[in-house]
Design a protein around this ligand. Structure first.
Ligand SMILES: Nc1ncnc2c1ncn2[C@@H]1O[C@H](COP(=O)(O)OP(=O)(O)OP(=O)(O)O)[C@@H](O)[C@H]1O
Ligand SMILES: [Mg+2]
Length: 292
């Protein structure tokens, strides 16, 4: 399912160096995310999504771009059933399961979400407890929870942070703790909302390297268009709640009139040859030992 990567997250994170796009000769991968004519308005009647339809296949890494207020975060929250019902319109499915009761617990087992604002995600007294929260919800054994927490913190370069108080961390550290909490659940689908915001350049490069190795289907919302280009072969462009374009990342991000029309800019690396557009990174890792 992972284009040659192991199903085991710890091992895959340490050893798989290729992107997780599916192999070309293995037949069409299954559709993991289905969004069909999704419309949504917040309780104050502000319409945030209008008739949005797309699908994401297993192993794809898809970028979600658009100006402030386009509806990117709102869309991601729908894929995890976090905005509640009723939707104003449409269908949202993960692996064919409607993102609604009675499937919500199973959907949330399969989908991991990194929130845009880490303060929306962190609530425990210590980093260790926070990262352990998801694995505990999965009903894993105490030993496996401890192992997952340790592996996940190592993956985000926060070894030994277990006793720290989340609210006393820097913004970039908080974002890494949130990422560790998501990775510790080893979800099948990863939803990343501005994953590189507040990272220093090294952390950003290492995130990109790690993300390439993660054996999951990924949807990444960001204004960091160089990161989107580095990770995604396909992008969805949203504006005012509508899906404007869905297609090849280079074609869409390289279309300057389209980008300018929707409050964005053609990435620097597509404007001219840029020898240091993205430094190679070895990644945060490897994880401290293979899982059983
Ligand atoms: N809780 C809320 N109540 C009312 N309106 C909201 C709420 N949250 C978001 N909105 C509105 O919904 C629209 C979409 O917001 P959303 O946060 O999804 O945009 P975004 O594309 O993620 O933007 P950004 O790039 O700034 O993160 C905006 O017009 C926003 O003002
Ligand atoms: Mg947002």
């Amino acid at each position: 399912m992972n284009g040659g990567c192991s199903r085991n997250w710890a091992a895959a994170s340490a050893t798989c160096t290729s992107n997780s796009e599916p192999a070309a000769d293995s037949g069409p991968p299954a559709r993991v995310i289905t969004v069909d004519q999704l419309g949504f308005a917040y309780p104050d009647r502000r319409v945030a999504l209008r008739d949005v339809s797309f699908g994401v296949r297993e192993g794809e890494t898809v970028g979600l771009i658009g100006p402030n207020g386009a509806g990117k975060s709102t869309l991601l929250l729908h894929l995890n059933g976090l905005l509640g019902l009723p939707r104003t319109r449409g269908r949202v499915e993960i692996d064919g399961l409607d993102v609604a009761t009675p499937h919500l617990p199973e959907v949330r087992r399969r989908v991991g979400m990194l929130f845009q604002d880490p303060d929306d995600q962190l609530f425990s007294a210590t980093v260790g407890e926070d990262v352990a929260f998801g694995p505990r919800q999965l009903g894993l054994s105490p030993a496996e929870i401890t192992r997952r927490v340790s592996v996940a913190l190592a993956l985000v370069d926060l070894r030994g942070f277990e006793p720290r108080v989340p609210q006393h961390l820097s913004l970039g550290e908080k974002k890494r703790v949130c990422l560790a909490g998501v990775l510790a659940c080893e979800p099948r689908v990863l939803l990343f909302d501005e994953p590189t915001a507040n990272y220093d350049p090294r952390g950003r490069r290492e995130f990109i390297a790690l993300c390439r190795r993660l054996p999951a289907t990924k949807l990444i919302a960001s204004h960091d268009l160089e990161m989107i280009l580095a990770l995604c072969s396909r992008v969805l462009l949203l504006d005012e709640g509508r899906l404007i374009s869905d297609g090849d990342a280079h074609a869409i991000l390289g279309d300057e009139p389209l980008m300018l029309k929707h409050g964005l800019e053609k990435p620097h690396s597509l404007l001219h040859a840029h020898p240091h557009a993205l430094m190679p990174a070895s990644g945060w890792g490897p994880a401290p030992g293979p899982a059983p």
